[in-house]
Structure formats: C-alpha cells, structure tokens
Design a protein around this ligand. Structure first.
Ligand SMILES: *[C@@H]1O[C@H](CO)[C@@H](O)[C@H](O)[C@H]1NC(C)=O
Ligand SMILES: *[C@@H]1O[C@H](CO)[C@@H](O)[C@H](O)[C@H]1NC(C)=O
Ligand SMILES: *[C@@H]1O[C@H](CO)[C@@H](O)[C@H](O)[C@H]1NC(C)=O
Ligand SMILES: *[C@@H]1O[C@H](CO)[C@@H](O)[C@H](O)[C@H]1NC(C)=O
Length: 642
C-alpha cells in the first residue's frame, strides 16, 4: 500500500484493547470472513504512527437516481434523450451542507480538530491524518497488519468499525478500514489455431510482406462458425459500414495492456482492406498511462488488439477513442477512469480507496508522479470495457458507490457496456464461492460451491454483454440464431448478491422464473427473484480472428462481445445524430421494452461450479440476456424515439 509506511507503523508499543462500542455507535462495515491470501500478523502497532484517513460522504438524492435516469432513458418518458450536463449532475448529488457539518462535528468532538480536516473539491470526501490510537478510538476498533501470503505486501486493516448512529446515514465508507486489494481481470482467452497455422496474406502497400506468408484459410461467410471476422458480424447482426456523423466510441484498456499499431495494420490488411495502414485510435492517456511496447505477449497485447481491431473495423470511418488508463507501476481501477470522466466523482489530491484504486501522484512506489486526471475527459457516447471483478472481490459499499457513478454517466447520455465474464456461473479464473452469498470472497477451485457473479455486470446501470457462438456448420444470416458460447469460454451470467432487481428487467426476469425456473436452490444463487439478473444482451464471443504480436490468432471471450455490441450502438448513435437527435445514453430500459429487436438465443448454457449453469431459453435468460442484436430492428426502435 502507498498510503502509509509499514516500517513506521510497526514497533514496540503497549498493547491495547479497543473499548466496546458505546451504545450510541453502530457497526458501519464488518468483514464476515478473512480473505484467504491475507494473514493477520501478530505484531503490535506503533500507536503514534500516522494514518491518512478518508471519509466518503453519502451523496444527496441518490435514492432518486434511478427515477432521474428512467426519466431520460425510458422509451415512454417524454424527456427521453434529454440528458443532463455534468454540472447539473454534480449539483444534484453532492453531499448536503448538513451532512458535512454533522460529520465534521463528530470529528471535532473526537479530538480531531477542524484545522486537520481537508475537504475534496467535490465535497464528497473529508480527509485527515490520525494516529493509530486516534483512529481506533474514533472508530471503536483495533487495527492490525496483514501480510499477503503471495507477494508479502503488507496492509493495515481492521475487522469492523463503528460510527455514531446519528451520522451513519451520511457516511458511505471510511478508509483504511476493512478493505483489501483486488485486481482487475481481463476477460479473453486464446486458442492457437489447431493444425492449420493461420498465415497472413501480403497486401501491397499495407504491411511489410516479408513477415506475412500466404494464409491457407480464406475467410468468408461460409466458415464464420470457425473464424469470426468483421464481415461475419455484419452478416450475423445485419449492419453495414459506419458514417462520418458526429458520434463517439470509447474503448477502455488498463496498462500494461496495450495495442500494437503493427497488429492493427496486420488486421486491416487481412480483414478490413479499406482501412489504411497506420489508422489507430485517438489516444487519451489517463493517470500517467502509456501504450507500452516494451513487453509484448498475448497477455500484454491480446485484449487491446482484439477490442480495438473490432471496434475500429465496425465503426469505420468513425474514429474510436482509446482510454488507456493507469501507469505501469500502480495499474489502475475502474474508479481511476471514472475520476477522469467526472470531476464530481474524484477528489483532488487523491480520494479514491487506496486499497483498490491507484492513487496518484504515486510518491511511494516509483509510479506516475503527476496528479490524477479528474474530469479532464469528456466521456464518449458509448464506452466499452472488457475487464471485470468478481462481485465478492470488493465490499458492497464500494460497488454501490461505483455503480451510482455509472448511473450518472447514463444521465449524461453515455452508454456504459461491460463484458459479463468468461466462466459461466463461476467467477474469474473459474472460481466459485465457499460461503453463502459469496460472503467474504473466499473462493474454491470451481468444481463446486456458490455461483460467483461478476462486477460491474451486476450493476443495474451498465449494459452487461454475454457471449454467443455460431452453431457448428451454422449458416451465418441475421435470421439464423446462434447459441450460447460453449467454445473455450462460457458466457458469464446469473444473479447479483448486491444489487436489487431494476424495474426495467422485472417482467423479463419474472417470465424467466415462471416459465423456466432453474432447479438450483438458494445454496447456489440468490433465487429470490428480487435481485439483478445479468447479462442484458449478448453478441458473438468465439473464434475471433485477431492479429496479436504479428500473427493471426483465434480469441474467445465476452471481451469480444462487448466492443462489438458497443460498435452497433455507435452506429445507431450516428443515425440518431444525423436525424438531429441525441445519443441513446442508458440502453437497458429501451432494450427490455423491445425484446423483438433481438434474435432470441434459446440453446446452450453457461456451466460452472460443478453444474451445467443456467440454460438459454425463450425470452431473457441469465446466459445470453435478451439475445443478439438485430441492427435494423434496434435502429428503428431508437430512431422512433425523440
Ligand atoms: C497527511 O500527512 C501527509 C504526510 O505528512 C501530508 O502530505 C498530507 O497532506 C496530510 N494530509 C492531510 C489531510 O492533512
Ligand atoms: C463499406 O466500405 C467498403 C470499403 O470502403 C465499401 O467498398 C462498401 O461499399 C461500403 N459499404 C456500404 C454499404 O457503404
Ligand atoms: C437486413 O436488414 C434489411 C434492412 O436493412 C432487411 O431488408 C433484410 O431483410 C435484413 N436481412 C435479414 C436476413 O433479416
Ligand atoms: C437474496 O437477496 C435478497 C434481496 O437482497 C435478500 O433479502 C436475501 O436475503 C437474499 N437471499 C439469499 C439466500 O442470500
């Protein structure tokens, strides 16, 4: 961790025991289970060591966020498409003066003088330095040092903490407290091409022909079930080229993952000849990011190459913007991106959760020394991200806060898409949970256990995109449905342990339970029908031909599905803009109100956790959502709206 020096905090000091919380205090957050890779060290903390503490204040009006968003994105609303300015969003949600005063009074009464408080610009955070002794007394807790058993990293944490009951409603969460590190996982897999090694066709004037022998495979619509190309996707979803209309499409990548221009060129020369060699995304570097070329491997380049090659090809001649996020040392989280898009979400001088988010400037570990980007980037109309966590990796309060930020982006007219995961009902790396509701984030190897939903796919304010595949020897036409992806990867899907069901999907989920109730019990997943189901939609996720590190590979994953769906939304936005209308913004209410604009996927499943997972059925299902896009039908739905 960057936020305190462990050396300063260890030392010989008297042992102490926190007093039991007084009656007017309530436990605000509590860790139910110890994370397996962290072990508590039996050392005494130096009671005078300083901890930089941050209190995240609850924002106002969040309880109305859903209604505000429906007002601008429900197809039956008279305010459809009337998106908000970032300024209006900030004013609407910033914490009230009364909340700020109440929390500050508590600090002052606890001996943390006014002079020590620092407010963030957004007014969402109060920051101050406290000694271990002050922190324990303030929060009625005991702090301990934990060691990461994998990398030896040390971390300061407590197991629960309390705040006075009368101010609890004003506090989102406090750091550092119960939270632990989690890393963002990318979602894509590769399979090398079986016996036929794909080679690359030399194209005059495009790429250097010496590195690129003749391919033995001709890509065409007859072999889309083996090789997905941009042309296959256009045929499957019945769309054509982009236009030059004013629209925008952002693809998010996290350093050190990076695209190689040579790979983009190789892709164009094989699969998208009209795009000139050298065509790349518009690059927005966030928080000291670099599009690094120092290390090159499938892990370094596969995700970025895939996302950008397909996004660029499908919306061409429209430009794609790359949000390359995080430096090469700290890495970054979704919050670092969100900070760059919305000044009211970040705090100047740091303010993210040091446990999960990279904090810049990075003074401790040799990373980016500049200030974090804060509201410096105007969000694109569509933003696709192919990375994700397990819901159980992160505290619920952290997820709710981030999810509300996606709500704000929806208010601003942004469509936010996330891949739904590649392990079916299991989580990243195929792991399942050992406890009910995935509490505590303890995972097993995945042959049994509780289903492990992904985040942010379960946030009701994003559009979660699952994966399909062309049926074996299947004909590729817009009228021939695919099936759920069962090649190399399984479409992430299921039900949240954190988020309640949004009304826009209530009837679709109810129909699913009425007509196709799965046989699993509450031991495997929350079957209460009161929680968010995901994914919302799907698109092909198998056998993508992608140029990576100078060769064509086949790539699999909802990682592919999300940028493809995003490209289709971008093409719809172009047509709306050409018709003098706004971008579509938050998609889900319109999508669920128009299931007929999708090709329903009714075969295949998303196995995991020692089960066959859920099954794709008629109507919405937790494998492929509403189905795959039917572009002309979706276009006419969205063009008919104001
Ligand atoms: C906490 O202490 C550090 C190190 O002295 C200092 O840089 C920082 O500004 C302090 N933070 C606050 C909120 O006073
Ligand atoms: C799509 O782009 C290609 C290459 O520029 C062009 O040949 C083709 O006519 C375009 N198709 C449509 C429908 O505009
Ligand atoms: C594709 O869309 C066009 C309208 O743009 C429609 O006329 C055609 O029938 C569609 N093709 C299929 C196979 O559905
Ligand atoms: C399912 O979710 C609901 C709503 O959050 C909750 O009340 C219930 O306890 C959950 N059930 C289980 C078995 O976790």
């Amino acid at each position: 961790m960057k936020f305190f020096s462990t050396l300063a905090i260890l030392g010989l000091a008297a042992s102490s025991f926190a007093a039991p919380a007084p009656p007017n205090h309530v436990v605000h957050e509590k860790r139910e289970h110890q994370l397996e890779k962290w072990s508590k060290r039996n050392v005494k903390l130096n009671r005078d060591a300083l901890i930089p503490m941050s209190i995240g204040l609850t924002q106002r009006n969040l309880d109305q966020g859903y209604e505000f968003l429906m007002d601008v994105s429900h197809p039956e609303s008279k305010n459809y498409g009337k998106h908000w300015s970032m300024e209006k969003i900030k004013e609407t949600f910033k914490p009230s003066d009364a909340a700020i005063e109440a929390v500050k009074s508590w600090l002052i009464e606890s001996g943390i003088e006014k002079e020590r408080h620092q407010m963030s610009n957004s007014l969402a955070w109060i920051r101050f330095n406290v000694t271990v002794e002050e922190a324990e007394s303030l929060l009625k807790t005991d702090y301990h040092i934990y060691t990461n058993t994998e990398n030896g990293k040390q971390h300061l944490a407590c197991e629960d903490y309390s705040v006075p009951a009368h101010i609890q409603e004003h506090i989102d969460f406090i750091t550092p407290t119960i939270h632990f590190d989690a890393t963002v996982k990318k979602e894509k897999k590769r399979r090398s091409l079986d016996t036929r090694e794909l080679k690359v066709k030399p194209v005059p004037g495009a790429v250097s022909p010496d590195a690129v022998p003749q391919p033995q495979v001709t890509f065409n619509l007859a072999n889309c079930y083996e090789y997905i190309t941009p042309d296959c996707l256009r045929a499957l979803y019945n769309f054509t080229n982009g236009t030059l209309a004013q629209s925008s499409y952002g693809i998010v990548e996290y350093t050190p993952q990076a695209y190689l221009q040579t790979d983009l060129n190789l892709f164009y020369s094989n699969l998208q000849r009209q795009i000139a060699s050298g065509t790349g995304p518009t690059v927005d570097l966030i928080d000291g990011a670099t599009v690094q070329t120092t290390t090159q491997s499938f892990d370094d380049n596969g995700e970025s190459d895939l996302d950008l090659q397909y996004a660029i090809a499908l919306v061409y001649p429209q430009k794609v913007t790359l949000y390359q996020t995080g430096d090469a040392v700290e890495g970054a989280s979704f919050n670092n991106l969100l900070d760059a898009l919305d000044a009211s979400y970040c705090t100047s001088g740091g303010g993210d959760d040091a446990t999960y988010d990279a904090i810049y400037p990075d003074t401790a570990s040799g990373g980016y020394k500049g200030a974090a980007n804060c509201g410096t980037i105007t969000p694109a109309s569509v933003i696709s991200t192919s990375y994700g966590y397990n819901e159980a990796d992160l505290p619920a309060a952290y997820e709710v806060r981030q999810c509300n930020e996606y709500m704000k982006l929806g208010l601003a007219g942004v469509s936010v898409l996330y891949s739904s995961g590649d392990y079916g009902v299991a989580g990243n790396s195929g792991q399942c949970c050992t406890a009910a509701k995935c509490a505590g984030g303890t995972y097993n190897s995945g042959s049994s256990g509780t289903f492990n939903p992904s985040f942010p796919g379960t946030c009701p304010y994003v559009t979660s995109v699952g994966a399909t595949q062309v049926k074996p020897n299947g004909l590729v036409t817009a009228t021939n449905p695919e099936e759920a992806c069962e090649t190399v990867i399984y479409s992430g899907g299921g039900f949240s342990n954190v988020f309640a069901i949004p009304s826009y999907q209530a009837s679709a989920v109810a129909t699913y339970f009425t007509s196709h109730k799965p046989t699993y019990t509450a031991t495997q997943y929350n079957n209460s029908q009161t929680v968010r189901g995901y994914p919302d939609v799907s698109a092909n996720g198998a056998n993508y031909v992608v140029a990576v590190d100078g060769a064509l590979s086949l790539v699999y994953g909802t990682s592919a599905s999300s940028p493809v769906f995003g490209a289709i939304v971008t093409l719809i936005n172009e047509q709306r803009v050409a018709a003098g209308k706004s971008a579509v913004g938050f998609l889900n209410p319109t999508l669920y109100a128009n299931p007929g604009a999708f090709t329903d996927i009714i075969t295949g499943g998303n196995q995991g956790c020692g089960t066959s997972g859920f099954t794709a059925v008629a109507g919405w299902d937790p494998v492929t959502g509403l189905g795959t896009p039917n572009y002309p039908a979706l276009l006419s739905v969205f063009l008919a709206l104001a």
